[in-house]
Design a protein around this ligand. Structure first.
Ligand code: TYD
Ligand code: MG
Length: 457
């Protein structure tokens, strides 16, 4: 009799392990490794043997395919994140924390697509049809010809989709679906993988765009959306703090468009409204610039975005002072603090440091280094920069400023919003005059000298 060996799979990243452990070595998550039924052993024998397969037709690279017509939802922020509309027969994963607004956005999108003449089906495994209708009433979408169903059995869902042949099918959520040929509970890694695989192959085979909703889970029992990221064409994540009204939809992977593109939405009493001028929104009211607050001219995806970076520096009562970061990388903050200490002699020892990106945005660009450094020094010295100033540039470990991309777009956006001074790395070519007074900075020490003068230790 064959010995059954159990498999151990991480529900966060899907990595498999030989034995159970408290922490997944691949993604570093604690308590996420679960026992799973082993995968099928595959075909008997070592090779496929002498039985011949079917000869598959081979093509060449020069064939010109007609460009795929993209379906537009009419929600511009969503279409932009998708890379200019929805590609037929693509599979899209929309991930995010529970309650962030995935169902709301997708119901609005389904209604929009349906109003634009596409056939849209919305299948929920979480809410009753009456609940979805109630939400549709609140959002004033009841007139849109969206077809609704509540179902979790994948076999029934596929049969329905096969017959209906919609243009778009929305599956909310992948963690509630189950396939009867996999012997484990809905939400387990094997179920989520199997159902996502079935749905994506269905999308390719039948020319239906399938949108899968995936909850980001905290506990290990339920598989997270990362487990299916590699199967789908496009991965979108909904970001934003639940207390904030802003929601950011970010393309993390996109086979049909640029990754890192963002769409900005605002959660209102009438669902998610798109924000077409996000810079103005993220800056908010800035009449009297406070110490520790700096405007960073950033780029998110293909679009310039001005954001306020806030720092607070206070005497610490702890042996190891606090370093708290919201919206930025904490390792990068430690690096900036170290550079300030060793290249400019500005020490933050014995001081608690808090860093926050206003509006609930997450920034991953290294170009924000200089703005963060400026916010930190400004907070430490309790001195604000003039209110019409923007800052950008990457800081290297030597303290030198490195050139960054799309400087002109950043300056243009800043000019548009009424800024007139900029601090930027010196080794950068600026072709056109932007009407902006640009101070070119060689290294961090020169920046400190220019902005804050001599700083006492
Ligand atoms: P939902 O789309 O159900 O979240 P998810 O599907 O990601 O779990 O969003 C639910 C939240 O959105 C809930 O806290 C209420 C809020 N909301 C509004 O503020 N306005 C609205 O018009 C709607 C429909 C929801
Ligand atoms: Mg939901």
């Amino acid at each position: 009799m064959a010995k059954t060996t159990l498999a151990y799979t991480c529900s966060n990243c899907g990595a498999s392990h030989k034995k159970w452990a408290g922490r997944c070595e691949t993604c570093g998550e604690w308590n996420s490794i679960q026992e799973e039924a082993p995968l099928a052993a595959g075909p008997k024998g070592k090779t496929l043997g002498a039985n011949k397969g079917r000869k598959i037709p081979l093509g060449d690279l020069s064939t010109v395919d007609a460009p795929l017509p993209r379906g537009l939802s009419g929600i511009q922020e969503l279409d932009r994140v998708l890379g200019g509309g929805l590609v037929p027969s693509s599979a899209i994963l929309v991930g995010g924390d529970p309650g962030i607004g995935k169902s709301t956005l997708l119901l609005q999108a389904a209604a929009s697509f349906a109003r634009n003449g596409q056939k849209a089906i919305y299948i929920s495994g979480e809410e009753a049809s009456s609940q979805i209708r109630m939400r549709a009433q609140r959002l004033e979408l009841t007139d849109a010809p969206v077809r609704l169903a509540t179902e979790t059995n994948l076999r029934d869902i596929l049969t329905t989709l096969e017959e209906e042949r919609p243009d778009i099918a929305i599956i909310d959520s992948i963690q509630t679906m189950w396939s009867d040929h996999v012997d484990s509970a809905p939400g387990s890694v094997s179920q989520v993988r199997a159902t996502a695989h079935e749905l994506t192959t269905f999308a390719k085979r039948r020319g239906v765009s399938v949108i899968l909703v995936g909850h980001v889970t905290k506990e290990g029992q339920i598989a997270g959306p990362r487990v299916v990221e590699h199967m789908v064409d496009t991965v979108l994540y909904f970001e934003g703090e639940r207390g904030h009204q802003f929601r950011i939809l970010r393309a993390v992977k996109n086979r049909y468009g640029p990754a890192d593109e963002i769409g900005v939405f605002e959660m209102t009493g009438m669902g998610l409204q798109q924000v077409t001028n996000p810079s103005a929104l993220f800056l908010g009211e800035r009449d009297n610039p406070a110490a520790g607050s700096i405007v960073f001219a950033g780029i998110e995806g293909s679009r310039p975005l001005l954001v306020e970076i806030q720092a607070l520096v206070a005497q610490s009562s702890l042996a190891t002072p606090r370093r708290a970061v919201v919206g930025w990388d904490s390792a990068r903050l430690s690096m900036i603090l170290a550079v300030l200490e060793s290249r400019c002699g500005i020490s933050f020892a014995g001081l608690d440091v808090y860093l926050n990106i206003a509006g609930g945005l997450r920034i991953s660009e290294p170009a924000a280094d200089l703005a963060v450094a400026a916010a930190l020094i400004s907070a430490r010295q309790d001195r604000a920069l003039p209110k019409d100033t923007v800052v950008f540039g990457e800081i290297s470990l030597s303290g030198a400023l490195r050139p960054i991309s799309q400087a002109e777009n950043r300056l243009k956006e800043a000019t548009k919003l009424g800024f007139s001074n900029a601090y930027a790395p010196s080794r950068m070519k600026l072709a056109s005059e932007s009407g902006m007074n640009v101070q070119k900075i060689e290294d961090i020490a020169q920046f400190v000298e220019n902005c804050f003068g001599t700083i006492e230790q």
